[in-house]
Design a protein around this ligand. Structure first.
Ligand code: AHR
Length: 508
């Protein structure tokens, strides 16, 4: 059994972990919005103004900090004016990206803002650059956030909303190198400045504009956007036109053409998936390093606004709907990502899992009026204490916790730690499919009280939750955490995620 030591210096503060690293994403794609969040007011599924209450209840328990909408690729063919006013009069369109289905625009701006209010989440609106106009985007911001009297304010009031909403996060395009317009970085860099200019701060509403960024390790995209964001010799500072730059990274077990099944996979597929998940560290390091060259003061935030697993769709479902099951393997992908996010918290200001309901690596899956919490959901819940906490640097000594995967080597242990309101939270993942891991937590520089540990695991990595078996993968108390002279000692079962919480104090 691999023996590892994780040294945590309780009295050395790392950067603050923004709660927005636990952000979400809802696109007009498959059954994410329609059937997932939105059932309509006449549905037999319990709802408030058309929004599913079971989904809201489940997500509220995660303290979700923000929700990105309406896409994704869909954002760049979405025209917001089609989604306001009386629902039966809203124009229809074809959702060409996702299944070629007809979109009735019943879920629009007012419905999205009502959803955010029910969830207690901040809105992150992704504006249309690919097929929209500067005027269209500028007027959407005015419609949402302006007070007093103006053409868009009058339109909003006529549609039943008196007060402006508060909207902080604002996306300028999505994947503009691909589905969002197939642009060159040089061209988009100018558009981002132009759109950023006309997305105004109305009154005291301050936008945090996020320019559409790179995919994977396309550093050239980031380099171009950062270089052209700088304005040498004029008064603009790096963050004048936009304040954040995005990046997308998905976890796969193989190439895009052979992503494989969400549930029918073997141990080799699992290890390849974990390697791919761990690669997010390299992706973030690469983009952060490029950003450091142009913005050493870290005034521009890196925003990973799409991440998660991407498998073949479930057999018999619409290939354009991206509906996939979610197993313990997905949960470990999530837990590894969060450890990486915590380490990058100085530059990484937001991350959004793709996507919240019924699409890709979802938190909840719905089927008619049934709802199932996925293993990934439980990782978000077990980790929520890291939101807005102070990260604590972890040094891991785990030479033997390794697996050979082709030409690569996978480190099978992952750990991160933080402290908030006098409570220490340590997250530990054992990615090994077969071996437990004995871990000694060497807690230096402070004192801890009675620990409480929970574990998420199952007999098989392929295990997942269904309406018939909703708790096949659910957190349970972890016994056997020993208090030692140096801190704590515990054993992580094979393929498991563990959290340890304890009251913590520092010497006076
Ligand atoms: O999340 C699904 C799709 O993946 C998004 O619409 C797009 O931005 C990305 O390619």
């Amino acid at each position: 059994m691999p023996v590892a030591t994780a040294i945590v210096n309780l009295d050395i503060e790392g950067p603050r972990i923004s709660r927005h690293l636990y952000g979400h994403f809802a696109e007009h794609l498959g059954r994410c919005v329609y059937g997932g969040f939105w059932v309509g007011e006449d549905s037999p599924v319990p709802n408030e103004g058309g929004i599913r209450l079971d989904v809201v209840r489940a997500l509220r328990a995660l303290d979700i900090p923000n929700l990105r909408w309406p896409g994704g690729c869909f954002a760049d063919e979405y025209h917001w004016r089609d989604g306001v006013g009386p629902r039966e009069q809203r124009p229809r369109m074809v959702n060409t990206h996702w299944g070629n289905v007809e979109e009735n625009n019943h879920f629009g701006t007012h419905e999205f803002m009502a959803l955010c209010e029910l969830l207690g989440a901040e809105p992150y609106i992704s504006g249309n650059v690919g097929s929209g106009t500067v005027r269209e985007m500028s007027e959407w911001v005015e419609y949402l956030t302006r007070d007093g009297d103006s053409p868009m304010v009058r339109l909003r009031r006529a549609n039943g909303r008196e007060e402006p909403w508060r909207v902080g996060f604002w996306g300028i395009g999505n994947e503009t190198w691909g589905c969002g317009g197939n642009m060159r970085a040089e061209y988009f860099a100018d558009l981002a400045r132009q759109y950023g200019t006309y997305c105004r701060d109305h009154g005291d509403n301050k936008l945090y504009r996020i320019a559409s960024g790179a995919s994977d390790e396309d550093h050239q995209w980031t380099e171009t956007l950062m270089r052209q964001l700088n304005c040498f010799g004029c008064e603009a500072t790096p963050r004048t036109y936009y304040q954040g730059l995005s990046v997308h990274y998905y976890t796969l077990a193989g190439p895009w053409e052979a992503k494989g099944s969400a549930t029918a996979f073997d141990t080799d597929d699992h290890y390849r998936t974990m390697l791919s998940a761990r690669r997010v560290d390299r992706v973030l390091t690469g983009h952060s390093t490029v950003m450091d060259c142009y913005d050493p003061g870290r005034t521009v935030g890196l925003v990973l606004d799409e991440w998660g697993t991407w498998w073949d769709v479930e057999p018999g479902t619409n290939p354009g709907f991206l509906f996939q099951q979610n197993t313990l393997r997905d949960a470990l992908v999530a837990s590894v990502h969060f450890d990486v996010f915590h380490r990058h918290a100085a530059r990484l200001v937001m991350a959004n899992v793709a996507q919240t309901v019924n699409v890709l690596q979802a938190m909840v899956l719905t089927d008619g009026d049934a709802l199932v919490l996925t293993p990934t959901y439980h990782v978000f819940e077990m980790n929520k204490g890291h939101q807005d906490a102070t990260s604590l640097p972890v040094h891991l000594r785990a030479e033997h916790a390794r697996r050979r995967v082709g030409d690569d080597e996978l480190a099978t242990l992952s750990v991160s730690a933080s402290v908030k309101d006098g409570t220490l939270l340590v997250s530990l993942s054992n990615l090994d499919a077969e071996e437990p891991a004995e871990v000694s937590l060497d807690l230096r520089g402070g004192r801890i009280g009675e620990p409480r540990a929970r574990v998420l695991t199952a007999g098989r990595l392929q295990e997942h939750n269904t309406p018939q078996s909703p708790d096949a993968v659910a957190p349970r108390p972890l016994d056997g955490v020993a208090v030692t002279g140096r801190g704590l000692a515990l054993t992580l079962p094979p393929h498991s995620f563990v959290t340890v919480q304890a009251p913590m104090s520092l010497p006076d």
